[in-house]
Design a protein around this ligand. Structure first.
Ligand SMILES: [Zn+2]
Ligand SMILES: [Zn+2]
Length: 287
C-alpha cells in the first residue's frame, strides 16, 4: 500500500527515464542500452567498451539524443575513467554515537564528475585524456561516520597515513556491504575526506548510487556494528602487505586507488571495531 503524500506518478518522470537512457550503436545496430551513470563510466568518448566478448571503441557521444556510436576495435589497451565526488548533506535523519565515533544517516546530494580517463596497457599507463562531461547530480541516501579528534594524531604516531586509511576504510566497507545488504558493489558510491563541511572533520561516506536511494545505506546504518566487525576481519586477515583487490583496492575507485594505506585502514577499523564493542584482535591471536 502506497502511503506517500505525493502522487507516485508525479515522482517518476517517463521523460527523464528516456532521456537518461543511452543507446550504444555500432554500424546502425543497437548493441545495448545503458543508464546515464553506466554510460558516463563505461562508454565515454575514447573508451574501450566490451560487449559480449567483442571490443569496441567509442567514437562519439551525443548527450542530447542519448546515442553513443562505437566501432569494432582491436586495440591492445583498456581504459579506466577518473572521477571526483562531492557530497552535500541535505538532511540528517538519524545520528548516534558508536563509542567515540559519530554515525549518521541522511539525505545527501551527490555530484559525480568524470573528468578524465586513463589508457592502460599491461598495467602501464600510456596516457591520461581529459573528458568533457556534465556532472551527474542526484539526490540519494547516505550513511557516514566521523572519527574522534585524536584519531589522526594516533595514526601519524603509528606511522600510518590517515587519508589513505580513511580511503581504505571506505573501500573495505563497500567491498563488505554486499554480503550484509542485498546489493552489488556497483550500486554503492563512497567518499572519504580529511575535512567535510557537514562534519567539521574527517568523514567517510557510503551512499546509494541510485537516485532517491534504495535502502542500502539505511540498512548499513542499522547493522553498522556487524558490518564493522566483518570489515575489520576482512582487512586484518588478508595476507597482503600493502593492500590488494581482495581487501582495500577497488575496481571502481574514481581516484585510481590513491591514496591507500593498509596499516592506516587496519588501525581505523580496529578502533571502530572496539568502539562497536568487539575485541577481535585477541580472538585471532588465540586461534
Ligand atoms: Zn589484501
Ligand atoms: Zn576510492
Amino acid at each position: 500500500m502506497y502511503s506517500g503524500s505525493r502522487r507516485p506518478h508525479d515522482l517518476v518522470g517517463l521523460t527523464s527515464i528516456s532521456r537518461d537512457s543511452f543507446r550504444i550503436v555500432s554500424n546502425g545496430r543497437t548493441l545495448e542500452t545503458m543508464n546515464r551513470g553506466q554510460a558516463f563510466r563505461e562508454a565515454h568518448l575514447g573508451a574501450v567498451l566490451l560487449h559480449q566478448g567483442e571490443q569496441y571503441l567509442v567514437d562519439s557521444m551525443d548527450l542530447s539524443h542519448g546515442i553513443i556510436r562505437v566501432s569494432p576495435s582491436e586495440v591492445d589497451y583498456y581504459t579506466r575513467p577518473l572521477k571526483s565526488v562531492d557530497i552535500t548533506v541535505r538532511q540528517v535523519r538519524e545520528s548516534r554515537l558508536v563509542g567515540d565515533f559519530t554515525l549518521t544517516f541522511g539525505d545527501v546530494e551527490v555530484s559525480e564528475q568524470y573528468y578524465a580517463y586513463k589508457i592502460i596497457r599491461n598495467d602501464a599507463i600510456l596516457g591520461i585524456e581529459p573528458l568533457e562531461l556534465p556532472p551527474l547530480v542526484f539526490s540519494t541516501k547516505s550513511v557516514w561516520f566521523t572519527p574522534p579528534d585524536d584519531l589522526e594524531k594516533n595514526l601519524h604516531l603509528a606511522g600510518a597515513d590517515p587519508d589513505g586509511g580513511l580511503h581504505g576504510t571506505e573501500h573495505a566497507l563497500i567491498a563488505m556491504m554486499p554480503f550484509h545488504v542485498l546489493c552489488d558493489r556497483w550500486d554503492l558510491g563512497g567518499l572519504s575526506v580529511p575535512a567535510h563541511p557537514a562534519t567539521g572533520g574527517p568523514a567517510v561516506f557510503v551512499y546509494d548510487g541510485i537516485e532517491g536511494g534504495i535502502g542500502l545505506s539505511e540498512k548499513a546504518y542499522s547493522i553498522f556494528e556487524d558490518l564493522i566487525h566483518h570489515t575489520a576481519a576482512l582487512v586484518r586477515e588478508c595476507p597482503c602487505e600493502e593492500g590488494c583487490p581482495a581487501c582495500i583496492y577497488s575496481p571502481k575507485c574514481g581516484n585510481d586507488n590513491q591514496p591507500l594505506d593498509k596499516k592506516g585502514t587496519a588501525l581505523i577499523l580496529e578502533a571502530l571495531s572496539r568502539a562497536c564493542g568487539g575485541d577481535f584482535s585477541v580472538k585471532t591471536m588465540e586461534n
